[in-house]
Ligand binder design. Structure first.
Ligand SMILES: Cc1cc2nc3c(=O)[nH]c(=O)nc-3n(C[C@H](O)[C@H](O)[C@H](O)COP(=O)(O)O)c2cc1C
Length: 219
């Protein structure tokens, strides 16, 4: 497929056929992620690719437990918001349970240029937080890698959904990744999940801003 066709064809996929994915195809997607650009060429990513149904189920259970824990805490404060959260969580954080492949994207903190220098001269905490929090080059790099993987998947006839809504369950997922998937690298934490497989059924995507809304051209 032409790159432009892949870009415009890409949609989030939340329902998958049960078909298994050949490891060779998965490796091609990971190789696309591998060559993504990253700040200082840090390549701050490790993809834990899980095809094991039992482990995917355990991760889904960890997310479901966290969803309910949050909703229960919300119940006495605002029952309506709690139920709205339950509905959201059901639709947008758990569908990966039926995906043939779930990838836990592990990442490392990237220290932005200027951060250590500001730290050395005792700069205000807000300046440091601004560099690390608002602009976060590490996460920008991770996004580039995930998008490369995603587009390569679409190019090969697969579909994905990128998930960060379940990040509040990251600690439990990281524990599973370390104890059951054997990922032992120090200094990594979960950045996102990717559900992957052959798309099933019609895809629906929300609309977009118009082109004129998203740019300012200065000539
Ligand atoms: C960083 C990021 C996080 C996302 N997290 C979730 C998520 O947790 N659950 C979900 O169902 N979709 C998630 N999505 C998918 C978006 O909802 C989707 O990309 C957006 O609504 C546009 O739809 P489309 O991808 O079909 O074009 C995420 C996408 C991105 C880029």
């Amino acid at each position: 497929m032409e790159l432009k066709d892949v870009i415009y064809k890409r949609q989030s996929v939340r329902k998958f056929k049960t078909d298994d994915l050949p490891n060779e195809d998965i490796r091609k997607m990971l190789d696309a992620a591998r060559v993504a650009p990253s700040g200082k060429n840090m390549q701050n990513w490790h993809f834990v690719v899980i095809k094991n149904k039992g482990l995917i189920g355990k991760i889904a259970e960890a997310v479901a437990n966290k969803n309910e824990e949050i909703a229960r805490r919300m119940d006495p404060v605002d029952k309506e918001k709690a139920d709205r959260f339950r509905k959201f969580a059901k639709h947008f954080t758990l569908f990966f349970a039926d995906a043939p492949v779930l990838t836990v994207v592990m990442t490392q903190t990237y220290i932005p240029s200027g951060y250590r220098e500001y730290e050395l001269v005792g700069a205000d905490r807000s300046l440091l937080d601004d560099l690390l929090g608002h602009r976060n080059p590490g996460m920008q790099s991770l996004g580039a890698a995930i998008e490369n993987l995603y587009l390569r998947a679409v190019d090969m006839g697969y579909g994905c959904c990128w998930l960060t809504s379940a990040n509040y369950a990251a600690a439990a997922i990281e524990e599973l990744v370390r104890t059951q998937a054997g990922f032992a690298e120090e200094g990594y934490y979960m950045g996102a999940l990717i559900a992957l497989g052959v798309p099933e059924g019609e895809l629906k995507s929300p609309g977009r801003k118009t082109l004129d809304e998203i740019y300012t051209l200065v000539e």
